[in-house]
Every structure is written in structure tokens, then in C-alpha cells.
Write a protein that binds this ligand. Structure first.
Ligand code: ADP
Ligand code: NI
Length: 239
């Protein structure tokens, strides 16, 4: 790419970082700029690993921008009529960034609640084809899932529950095995922090799309498993 293009991309990245930092400052600590930055670093790490393994077509600039923007417009916090992608496309076009539409498309596909609801059998064929082949999307999706599990995942789940004034642990709130998407979405509104581990967080390692993501997810899942074992042990007063 020409020097001019590189400079334009750098300017778009800086402007985006400032805008996102401002946006996240209104949310609770489970979704702050530190979360965004961990996802950005993880996504770039995953994408570089893909490149090392032969996927040389990956555009790291898209990965970085989409990672920065991935939580803009998240429905847990934003009730406006636009999708996150629409907000981002408007912003990046204002910055005269050339690939605003692709970043926007990626942003609208990140979110494991969305991923849980996808059905390749019934969804629009072209869309399914795109989401199953866009490696920049996979890097950001896996990075976001990774920051929801492991030690950071434990902290974030407690922070989110606290922000919504939910219980940490409800003893007779028995984990539901193999909960359906519909049951999950209905139940999500009031689950406890530990309940959320069983409903969602323990499933994430089975949803990883990249090789590097799978390795990191397995390690983080083991940690989370031992954390929940310890919770049960303490509750049952075993020593
Ligand atoms: P998605 O990208 O699908 O929207 P989330 O934003 O729900 O994913 O998950 C991000 C973080 O918010 C996770 O760390 C998760 O622990 C936390 N979180 C989301 N929903 C809940 C919930 N119902 N209870 C506790 N934590 C939650
Ligand atoms: Ni996120």
C-alpha cells in the first residue's frame, strides 16, 4: 500500500480508538476500554497465527478496527434503532476510511449470543457462506469469546452481575444441561453469575473457530472449571 493509504489508515485507527474509548466509558467494568484492548490484542495474535499457518490474505487493519469497534451498539447497553455496524459505518465514512462497510459487516456478526442463535440450515445462504469464511471475523469472534472465559471471564461475569444487581450464586439454581437457544434467551434476564457459567461460558470452548483460539480456550476453560469446583466445595463446606 502507498504511504498515503497507510497514513489514512493510521488516522482512522487513532480516531476510532478515541471514539470507542469515549463510548465504553459509559459502561460497567465488564465492558470497558480494557476489555476492548484485550480483545484487540487477542484478535491480532490469533490473526497473525493464521497468517503464519498460510492464510496470508488476512487484513490485519480490518481485524484491529473491528476488534476496537466490536461492542459498539451491543444490545445489552444500546437501545437505539441502528445496529453497531451502522453506527460504525457512519463514523468510519466520516473519517474517509475506505473499507467502512466491511468493518461494519464484521461488527454486526460479533457476539456469542448471536452465534448461539445461528442456524446454517435455515439462514440466508450467502450470509452463512460469508460468516463461515471471513477469517478477520473469526479472529475477532474468538478473541471476544476468550475474554469471557478464564480468569478475566470470572471477573467480568461477576462485574456484569454486580452492575445488573444480580446474585453471585444461587444454590438451588440448578444448572440446565443443553439449554435451548430460546430457553437461554428467556432465562438470561435473571441468571446468577455462577448460573451464567453453566448456561453460556462453559459452551464457548466448543464454539471456537481458529486453531489458536481453541488452544487458548481449552486452557481457560480448565481454569474456569476448577474455579466453579471450588465454589461448590466451599458452599458444601468440604475441606
Ligand atoms: P455477547 O458478545 O454475546 O453479547 P456478552 O456481551 O453477553 O456476549 O458477554 C460478555 C460478558 O458479559 C461476559 O464476560 C459475560 O460473563 C458477561 N455476561 C453477559 N450476560 C451475562 C449474564 N446474564 N450474567 C452474568 N454475566 C453476563
Ligand atoms: Ni466484547
Amino acid at each position: 500500500p502507498s504511504e498515503e493509504l497507510l497514513l489514512a489508515a493510521k488516522k482512522a485507527l487513532d480516531a476510532t480508538r478515541d471514539m470507542v474509548s469515549q463510548y465504553m466509558s459509559g459502561l460497567d467494568p465488564s465492558h470497558d476500554m480494557y476489555h476492548v484492548d484485550r480483545v484487540r490484542r487477542l484478535a491480532l495474535d490469533i490473526a497473525k497465527d493464521c497468517i503464519k499457518n498460510g492464510a496470508t490474505q488476512i487484513d490485519l487493519e480490518l481485524v484491529e478496527l473491528a476488534a476496537l469497534c466490536h461492542d459498539v451498539g451491543d444490545r445489552k447497553y444500546y437501545q437505539g434503532k441502528e445496529t453497531g455496524g451502522q453506527l460504525i459505518e457512519t463514523f468510519l465514512n466520516e473519517q474517509k476510511y475506505g473499507k467502512a462497510d466491511i468493518v461494519a459487516k464484521i461488527v454486526d456478526h460479533v457476539g456469542f449470543s448471536k452465534e448461539l442463535g445461528w442456524n446454517d440450515e435455515t439462514d440466508d445462504k450467502e450470509k452463512v457462506q460469508w460468516r463461515n469464511s471471513c477469517l478477520e471475523l473469526h479472529a475477532v469472534q474468538d478473541a471476544d469469546k476468550l475474554d469471557a472465559i478464564g480468569a478475566f471471564g470470572v471477573l467480568r461475569c461477576a462485574a456484569f452481575s454486580g452492575a445488573r444487581n444480580r446474585s453471585l450464586y444461587v444454590p438451588d439454581d440448578k444448572p440446565i444441561e443443553n439449554i435451548t437457544q430460546e430457553e437461554y434467551l428467556n432465562k438470561n434476564a435473571d441468571s446468577s453469575a455462577i448460573g451464567h457459567f453453566h448456561e453460556k461460558l462453559f459452551r464457548l470452548k466448543t464454539m471456537m473457530r481458529t486453531a489458536r483460539g481453541k488452544v487458548l480456550a481449552n486452557e481457560r476453560d480448565r481454569f474456569m472449571q476448577s474455579f466453579v469446583d471450588q465454589i461448590d466445595k466451599e458452599y458444601n463446606i468440604e475441606s
